[in-house]
Design a protein around this ligand. Structure first.
Ligand code: FAQ
Length: 319
């Protein structure tokens, strides 16, 4: 294709983005748009799959049968989200094997938050309330993202995440209505999960190399800092309502801005975790690799079954 032809396709593409039209897998798109989407959607998929591990750790230790049913359903939902997202990324020309290879070798990123340990039952409440709460804040904005398959996946994912958020908040609320020991457990969980939850939104806008282009392509509809601020504004009153104290001495309502001011985030800690040196990075990758290796026989059996069915279908057509 000549440069002139590419330029004209790019103009049409940009006009479609300006009109808020969805871009579909078979439409022409700039190579960088395709690659950026593969990067973000696959990282998102990996986050959902690795995100099953911290909570999975508590399925066998839930305090009641009701809690166990809800947690099982939630963890299975996260697995489902990963699968839609891998499928959405596949429409852009990357194979699932390549994405798994990137995850298993540590080449791919996934959300920093899942490299923290779940030490007590209250952590399961904190994950639902804060981590799913942050995920929804980010993903509701992504419903309006410009790439069709990603946008459509977000609709169902957001519905499920909001059930997850409510079940988490309800766990914390129940603890806050309990004994002093249970209240302390809830406060301790908030103390440990608050700052990592704010880090989920990514680096400050001025340190975010991908934001500007992603905003122009309407891949991202809100910036990292805008979403982080919206999360703080939404979550602080929820904490106060049930008697929890957000662990930030600089936190204060700013009447003029109409937002909470909050203290500095430890970006050194964030980059340490993103670069593989968080408390559980090694453990998470080891668990994913083990599951992959132990699942080899299932993949082989499924492939053998699919080949048999395809051969039968072929025979039927030619008979
Ligand atoms: N952790 O230039 P930006 C969930 C990386 S799902 C690790 O700002 P971008 C459900 C970033 O990739 C949670 N790495 O990047 C659940 C980039 O690296 P690269 C996941 C991070 O893409 C709940 C570099 O830093 N959600 O929780 C993080 O424009 C409970 C520079 O950053 C999504 O993935 C981080 N926190 O913005 C499951 C949502 N932040 O690739 C189980 C979709 C940044 O250039 C239990 N993703 N990095 O080498 C997004 O919205 C965006 O990708 C951002 C980052 C906002 C995460």
């Amino acid at each position: 294709m000549s440069e002139k032809e590419i330029k004209s396709l790019e103009d049409i593409f940009n006009q479609r983005i300006a009109r808020d039209e969805k871009i579909e897998p078979k439409d022409w798109m700039p190579e960088k748009y395709r690659k950026t989407h593969i990067r973000q959607i696959s990282q998102h998929a990996h986050s959902e799959i690795v995100g099953m591990l911290p909570e999975g750790n508590w399925i066998s230790r839930c305090p009641t049968l009701r809690r166990k049913v809800a947690l099982l359903a939630k963890v299975q939902d996260e697995g489902g989200h990963g699968l839609y997202l891998y499928s959405a990324a596949e429409t852009l020309g990357i194979s699932r094997e390549e994405m798994f290879e990137q995850l298993h070798t540590g080449a791919a990123k996934y959300s920093s938050i899942f490299n923290y340990p779940t030490l007590t039952w209250a952590d399961i409440g904190a994950i639902g309330w804060l981590v799913d709460g942050a995920a929804i804040m980010n993903q509701v904005a992504l419903i309006n993202t410009s790439f069709g398959p990603y946008s459509r996946a977000m609709i169902r994912i957001c519905k499920e995440e909001s059930f997850h958020q409510r079940q988490g908040y309800e766990i914390i609320m129940t603890l806050m209505n309990g004994t002093q020991e249970q209240k302390d457990m809830a406060q301790d969980a908030l103390n440990r999960w608050w700052w990592p939850s704010l880090m989920m939104f990514g680096p400050r806008d001025e340190d975010s190399p991908n934001s500007e282009q992603s905003m122009r392509w309407k891949l991202k509809r809100k910036t990292n800092d805008e979403l982080r601020q919206a999360f703080v504004d939404q979550t602080v009153p929820q904490a106060e309502l049930i008697g929890l104290k957000v662990p930030d001495s600089d936190l204060k309502w700013n009447e003029e801005r109409g937002h909470y001011d909050f203290g500095p985030i430890d970006w050194d800690e964030f980059w340490q975790v993103v670069n593989g040196h968080g408390p559980c990075n090694k453990e998470r990758l080891a668990a994913r690799n083990k599951a992959w290796d132990e699942g080899a026989w299932i993949r082989e059996a499924a492939n053998a079954y699919a080949s048999k069915q395809a051969a039968k279908e072929e025979q039927r057509k030619t008979a």
